[in-house]
Design a protein around this ligand. Structure first.
Ligand SMILES: Nc1ncnc2c1ncn2[C@@H]1O[C@H](COP(=O)(O)OP(=O)(O)OP(=O)(O)O)[C@@H](O)[C@H]1O
Length: 592
């Protein structure tokens, strides 16, 4: 509640005190209505009902009605204030989480444990508004209950215990069911997530080909049915428990109510209480029981949602602690050279380092190629070079400063990235390119040049709305691009970024041969224009023109030099190159 109230204050200032205050007064109004009811009954039941008696009681009856109206108005004011506040809390909590998440170190954001925490936190952000809503309901229920108990005590000291006796069975039933629902919900949530995953696989478009061609649908459906039956069994168990609990608590409450009427009768007969008081007692106990049930359910809901809010808080704190720290040195101009010295890097939870004792240099105007078999550490090394990961030992120097010393935002300003899994933004084609430099207003001239660079104009020319076409088939009016068409957009984006250091990580994997050759020619142009280009690729033919080639094996540089030098060495590079070249040269006889 403390966390949610903090958010509520930030998001809506006086809305929370207004909501709480209104509900508090609504609860107090319940007490006033009960007292007025008692007074009205006393006047009406003082003797045989006559018109005069009714007229005498009229002001008190009007007070009862006014009290009821005031209670409803106050309660509605509370609801309205909360209605305005809740979405604001939602936004405040979600934005806070997203603001922190966007600054978390890359290596942490990819960590599975952190990912779990983040998905729990996303749910927790929504729970923050619910905690406030339940807290407000709790205030109303608690004050209503206190008011009913207070009125009973004022009427006769023996009456308060009567209410306790009558309300305890209902409270017991409510608590028992709340606990059972909470325990069940924890089991049910896991099951529900599995069910959602399975139904997603059956409905979504990306696995659709394999679901059909490999006929995986039956297998998935079978599992869905099995889990759904488990979920049904859990719900049926809960329904049975609820029926038993309600029966028991209602039965005991019925007996308790009988006892209450017995005691009330005895008090009436002994003259300890008046008939009017007895009537008020019945109303007060009913009101008290209703408030108590709301109270128990509000406490339970608060507890349940509170756990999720704690997840949210934990994720926000963790994200803050794991934020990119970086140094204070601002890189105002691009580096002339990047050199890597005795670099070591191990991913969290991995035992083997992915980069071991690497030394390399790349200067502006050069193309440096990283080659090696799958998992040899090429991508990791490239990310270390541009400060996306921080080395555990050794350093990456950008001229005279290490990547650990500089302000990382100022460093990223000089980096363009065409990653293996570059993002297919669910925006228009134009935004998909200009997002490369989203801090500047879109520039049509640069857009045109960059589209030429990536041969993206050929893709855009064929789109119905050209640059304004939405590249997201999942939204209305959106269209779908092929893998190679997307890659062209990705290349244009990296070019549009206009950065001095460009990382190409398998930039042409999905391109047709003609486009691939053209792109590699343009990569050379980028270097000629004075950029430092790091090229990660398995296309051996395209690394021939690199100024230096580094061959990696299990995180280590095992060979380095120009194409000619490495071929003459007749080592791993020569082996990989010859292997790939022979695929195109060896005569192939048709299968008989
Ligand atoms: N996020 C990660 N968490 C843990 N280990 C990782 C992560 N990313 C990569 N690795 C591991 O680091 C090693 C090097 O991976 P990297 O992606 O750098 O290789 P690569 O040479 O680029 O491979 P490929 O040619 O297949 O793209 C691999 O063993 C991989 O399993």
């Amino acid at each position: 509640m403390r966390i949610s109230f903090g958010l509520a204050w930030q998001a809506g200032h006086w809305l929370l005190p207004v909501a709480l205050g209104a509900k508090l007064l609504a609860g107090a109004a319940t007490g006033a209505v009960l007292l007025a009811t008692n007074a009205a009954l006393a006047l009406l039941l003082a003797g045989t009902p006559t018109v005069e008696r009714l007229m005498d009681a009229l002001p008190v009856l009007l007070a009862v009605a006014a009290g009821g109206v005031a209670r409803s108005v106050l309660s509605s004011v509370g609801d309205a204030a909360n209605g305005k506040l809740a979405p604001r809390i939602d936004r405040a909590a979600t934005v806070k989480l997203l603001e922190r998440a966007v600054h978390v170190e890359l290596v942490i954001i990819k960590n599975a444990e952190f990912r779990n925490l983040m998905s729990a936190a996303a749910r927790g952000a929504l729970s923050a508004r619910m905690v406030t809503t339940y807290a407000i309901a709790l205030v109303e229920a608690l004050t209503g209950l206190i008011a009913a108990a207070g009125v009973l005590t004022v009427l006769h000291p023996a009456l308060m215990p009567l209410m306790v006796v009558v309300t305890v069975p209902s409270a017991w039933g409510a608590v028992r069911m709340a606990r059972a629902r909470f325990t069940s919900m924890k089991r049910w949530t896991e099951l529900q997530r599995q069910l959602e995953t399975l139904s997603g696989l059956l409905i979504d478009s990306s696995p659709a080909e394999e679901v059909r061609a490999h006929r995986a649908g039956g297998f998935l459906l079978h599992h869905y049915q099995r889990l759904a039956r488990l979920s049904e069994a859990e719900q049926a168990r809960l329904a049975r428990l609820e029926a038993r609990t309600t029966l028991l608590s209602d039965g005991v409450a019925g007996v308790a109510r009988l006892a209450m009427y017995g005691v009330l009768g005895a008090l009436l007969v002994s003259g300890s209480v008046q008939m009017a008081v007895a009537g008020t007692v019945v109303i007060a106990i009913r009101s008290g029981t209703a408030h108590l049930t709301s109270l128990v359910s509000a406490v339970n809901d608060l507890y349940e949602q509170g756990l999720f809010v704690q997840d949210w808080k934990q994720a926000c704190d963790r994200a803050e602690a794991e934020a990119i720290k970086g140094g204070t040195i601002e890189l105002t101009s691009p580096p002339e050279q990047i050199f890597v010295r005795d670099l070591w890097f191990t991913y969290p939870n991995n035992e083997q380092p992915s980069v071991s004792g690497v030394n390399l240099t790349v200067r502006r105007g050069e193309i440096v190629a990283l080659v090696g078999e799958n998992g040899s550490g090429k991508t990791t090394l490239a990310k270390l070079m541009v400060g996306l990961y921080m080395p555990q030992s050794g350093a990456v120097w950008w001229d005279g400063h290490t990547t650990a010393e500089v302000n990382r935002a100022s460093l990223y300003d000089h980096v363009a990235l065409v990653a293996q899994d570059f993002v297919q933004w669910p925006f228009t084609a134009r935004v998909n390119v200009t997002i490369g430099r989203s801090t500047r207003p879109p520039d049509p001239v640069s857009l045109h040049t960059s589209a030429e660079f990536g041969r993206a104009h050929e893709v855009v020319d064929r789109l119905d709305a050209g640059w304004d076409t939405l590249l997201a088939p999942e939204f209305l009016g959106g269209t779908m691009l092929s893998g190679g068409q997307w890659q062209r957009i990705g290349l244009a984006r990296a070019h549009y970024r206009d950065a001095a250091v460009v990382i190409f990580d398998e930039p042409t994997a999905a391109l047709d041969p003609r486009a691939e050759i053209e792109v590699f020619e343009r990569v050379s142009d980028l270097a000629n224009e004075g950029r430092a280009v790091v090229l990660v690729t398995h296309r051996m033919a395209s690394v021939r023109r690199a100024d230096r080639i580094y061959v990696l094996d299990r995180g280590e540089v095992i060979e380095q030099g120009t194409h000619d030098k490495l071929m003459a060495l007749n080592g791993r590079y020569a082996e990989l190159y010859t292997l790939q070249a022979s695929q195109h040269q060896d005569p192939v006889s048709p299968r008989s």
